[in-house]
Design a protein around this ligand. Structure first.
Ligand SMILES: [Zn+2]
Length: 179
């Protein structure tokens, strides 16, 4: 702070030093900014990116009533700015909440609906699989029955064949004995 104030004091002495202030001691070019300190409200100065304050652009100091007026204006602007910031951030939060909640609700509802359909589809799948199994059981049973009846037929034929054969043999034996 002390170097800054001494520099500003130097630059206040003449216009020549003020124009020299356009470049910093380090050789970098400077930018013009307005100070809003209590001592120098609204007074322009050159600023180096690295070293900060270089020198004043406005060499004359303000008279006291101008200074008072500017300080009042500065404080009023700061007050209004913070008011706008708090108000707009509050408004944004409300808007965000209003926008988010119905969106979330919609998504949740869709999710629930989809899950319901999924459950329904799974139920139908289980039902279809049960019917498929029932059909397969029925098919197997029919096949088994067909197989069994075929075998019965075969056995019956064999039995008939055997009994006919036995009957013929018995008759032949009887005939030969009676002869
Ligand atoms: Zn510098």
């Amino acid at each position: 702070m002390s170097t800054q104030s001494s520099r500003s004091d130097n630059s206040n002495k003449s216009y020549g030093e003020a124009s020299w202030g356009r470049a910093c001691n380090c050789g970098r070019s400077t930018i013009k900014l307005k100070a809003w300190t209590d001592d120098n409200p609204g007074r322009r100065f050159y600023k180096c990116d690295v070293h900060g304050f270089v020198s004043w652009v406005d060499v004359e100091k303000q008279c006291s009533w101008q200074k008072m007026c500017l300080l009042e204006a500065r404080d009023e602007i700061r007050r209004l700015k913070s008011l706008i910031q708090t108000t707009s951030s509050g408004v944004n939060k409300e808007e965000d909440n209003q926008n988010l909640e119905p969106g979330n609700q919609k998504i949740e509802e869709e999710k629930k609906k989809l899950e319901g359909e999924k459950v329904k589809l799974e139920g139908e799948k289980v039902k279809l699989e049960a019917e498929k199994k029932k059909f397969e059981d029925l098919k197997k049973r029919l096949e088994d029955e067909a197989k069994v009846s075929k075998e019965r037929e075969k056995l019956l034929r064999q039995f008939i064949g055997i009994s006919w054969g036995g009957f013929i043999v018995a008759i032949a034996i009887i005939i030969t004995i009676l002869k």
